[in-house]
Design a binder for this molecule. Structure first.
Ligand code: MG
Ligand code: MG
Length: 265
């Protein structure tokens, strides 16, 4: 069932999303060569709990950590490990928090300073596509308008692969609610958008093939051709005044700018 949130519910989601965004900003400040995903995850979990939140991913379907950390050809759902980051890695970090019964969910891809130009371009285009999708999240538009905008820009204009097997989603009093929010679609098709709907828009864009496979760990999704994949995500509310972005990438980007180990995308 698609739930319509009150303004009070939306504000509770914004509070959860603020913890999510602050956690990702903390991660952005910690990224340097030699750091491991396990170290980031420990700091993230501690921060989330200090703020009174609960990590939403930990234990979700048996997922073992508070962050999903997906490196290079990993698309999403990577498990934090003891792998030490290298200066040419792209690292996608996804975080979820529940606070006072409401969920926040956002993701950001980071580039260490020796990431190649081709991958930087993929990241830029993926991030831009997130906002092109969000721009379509308006009362009276349809779910297909969001996916169409993302697919048109990434696939048709830039020749990248839009992952089909994983999609954005409704969010609110559950981490994943209906409707599904695909990053591909047809204009004017699908569910009609109404004020009070809250969704996570999250393009997962591959440099090469759109096809993915699951690792033996039962979680990590990787590209089939081993080429890189980028992922950016916001949780948003659809309102009479247009899309209201509940998560906050600006505080993450501020940390990226001030971290000499990272490229500012
Ligand atoms: Mg997420
Ligand atoms: Mg999500």
């Amino acid at each position: 069932m698609i739930t319509i949130k009150t303004q009070e519910g939306i504000e509770k989601m914004r509070a959860a999303d603020l913890i999510v965004s602050e956690t990702l900003a903390l991660v952005a400040g910690m990224l340097r060569e030699g750091v491991t995903g396990l170290e980031l995850d420990a700091v993230a979990e501690q921060y989330i709990r200090q703020q009174g939140g609960v990590p939403a991913f930990k234990g979700y379907g048996g997922f073992p950590a508070s962050l999903c950390i997906s490196i290079n050809d990993a698309v999403v759902h990577g498990i934090p490990s003891s792998y030490a980051f290298q200066s040419n890695d792209m690292v996608s970090v996804d975080c979820g928090v529940v606070l006072d019964g409401y969920f926040g969910d956002a993701a950001y891809s980071f580039a260490f300073k020796e990431v190649n130009e081709e991958t930087i371009q993929l990241m830029k285009v993926t991030k831009e596509s997130l906002y092109k999708g969000i721009e379509q999240a308006r009362v009276g538009n349809r779910i297909g308008d969001i996916g169409y905008a993302i697919q048109e820009y990434t696939e048709r204009q830039h020749g990248y692969g839009v992952v089909r097997d994983l999609v954005g989603h409704g969010i609110g009093q559950a981490l994943h609610e209906p409707p599904e929010v695909p990053n591909y679609g047809r204009r004017g098709r699908g569910l009609k958008l109404k004020a009070g709907m809250t969704i996570a828009v999250e393009p997962m864009i591959n440099m090469g093939t759109r096809k993915v496979r699951q690792e033996k760990d039962g979680w990590t999704i990787k590209t089939r051709d081993g080429k890189p994949s980028a992922h950016y995500e916001h949780s948003i509310a659809i309102t009479e005044n247009g899309p209201d972005i509940l998560s906050n990438h600006a505080i993450i980007e501020e940390k990226v700018k001030n971290n000499p180990n990272l490229i500012d995308i």
